[in-house]
Design a binder for this molecule. Sequence first.
Ligand SMILES: NC(=O)c1ccc[n+]([C@@H]2O[C@H](COP(=O)([O-])OP(=O)(O)OC[C@H]3O[C@@H](n4cnc5c(N)ncnc54)[C@H](OP(=O)(O)O)[C@@H]3O)[C@@H](O)[C@H]2O)c1
Length: 370
Amino acid sequence: MDYYEDPYPTYSTTFLTMAAQNQKAVVLLKRFGDLAVTSLAVPKPSKGEVLIKVHSTALNPVDWKVQKFGAFITEESAFPAVLGMDLAGEVVELGEGVTQWKIGDRVFCQTSYDKGEGSFQQYAIAGAEMLATIPSNISYDQASTLPVAITAPYVALYCAKPNGLGFEPPVTAGGRGKYAGTPIVILGGPSSVGQFAIQLAKLSGFSPIITTSSPKHKEWLLSLGATDIIDRSLPLDSTKEAIGKITDKPILTVIDTISSEETQNVGLDLLAPSGQLGLVLYAIEGLVAKAEAQGKFVVSVMGMKKLPHLAELLRGFYGNISKLLEHDDIKPNKVEVLPDGLNSVADGLKRLEENKVSGVKLVAHPQETE
Ligand SMILES: NC(=O)c1ccc[n+]([C@@H]2O[C@H](COP(=O)([O-])OP(=O)(O)OC[C@H]3O[C@@H](n4cnc5c(N)ncnc54)[C@H](OP(=O)(O)O)[C@@H]3O)[C@@H](O)[C@H]2O)c1
C-alpha cells in the first residue's frame, strides 16, 4: 500500500546553491562540552558524495554517550562536531562522478561524525555508495529509524566470526529461513535494536524467537515476529523456567540488545554450553573470561558502516534493504516526532539517557528549526 504522500518539493541544485549556503545544526562544542544549535555552512559534496537535504533524523543513545563519555570524537580539530547518525532526506546535489543517484531521490543512510556528515543538520553529505532508496510505502520519519538500530543486530548475527556470530545473512540465496527450528533469545525486544533483531531472526527462520519485555509491548513484538514474550522483570531462574516451557532445545544463541551489566550476565547464564552471545556494547569486565571457561563465545559489535571489515557484509544488506521494507519484511520503529526541529534534540537525548523513551524512536525534522 502506498500511504506515503511526499510533502516536500524537490529543489533544483541552482536553488540550493543560491538559497541555502548557511544552515542550522546541532553541534557538540568541545569534548565533554555542551550541545548547541548553531549556524554552519552547508557542506559541499566531494567526488563520490552527494548532498542531502535532511528531512528526518533519528536520535540514538550513542549521541548522548559521545557527549558524556567523550567517545568517538577526540581530536580538537573535529569540533564543533555535528552529531546524529541516522538520516533520511532527498538528494539535492551530486558530487563529481556520482551517476547512480539523481536530484530529488529519497534516500536514507547511516552517517558518521566526520566533518559535514552528522545528521543533526539541515544539509549533510554522504558517500554515494552508502545510500539506500526509501520505498514509496515508507516515510522519511520511518526510514530514519533504521540505519543505526538495524545495523547492530545485523552485524551481530551475520558478520563472520570472530566479529559476529557467523550466521548466513537472509539476503543471500540460501540464507532466508535457513535456521528454521533453531531457538534464539533476544533480550530487550522493545528497544530499537531489539525490534530489528526480532525481525532479522524471523527472516533467518529462527524459531522460537523468545524475547524479554515489559508486558505492554507484547502485541507489537508478536507482530514483528517474536513467538514468545517473557516479562523482563522476572528473575533469572523464572526466565529459565519460562524458556524451558517454550522449548526443550538448548539455547545456543542470545542477542542482548540492552547489554547492561545485568542483561549481559543473564544472557551468558541462559546459554547452554557452546552457545554464543551477541552484545551491542562492550562486554563487562570478566564476562569474556567467564564465557570461555564455560565453553561459550561472546562478541561485542559496533554496527558502523564505515568499519572496513563490515564493508562487504553491509553493502550486501543495504543493497537489499529497500526491497525488505517495500515487501513489509522489515517494519520501521514507531516514531515520536519532536517539536521545533533541531531545537529539541538535546532534550530528546536527555530523555534517552534517563531511560524515559519507551518503544518508540525519537525523530527530529531539521527543516522545522526556527
Ligand atoms: N553497537 C552498536 O552498533 C549499537 C547500535 C545501536 C544501539 N546500541 C546500544 O544498544 C542499546 C539499545 O539502544 P536502542 O536505541 O535500541 O535503545 P532504546 O530503543 O532507547 O531502548 C529503550 C527500550 O528498551 C527497553 N528496555 C530497556 N531495558 C530493558 C530490559 N532490561 N529488558 C527489556 N527491555 C528493556 C525499554 O523498555 P520499556 O518500554 O519497558 O521501558 C524501552 O522500550 C544502547 O545501549 C545503545 O547504545 C549499540
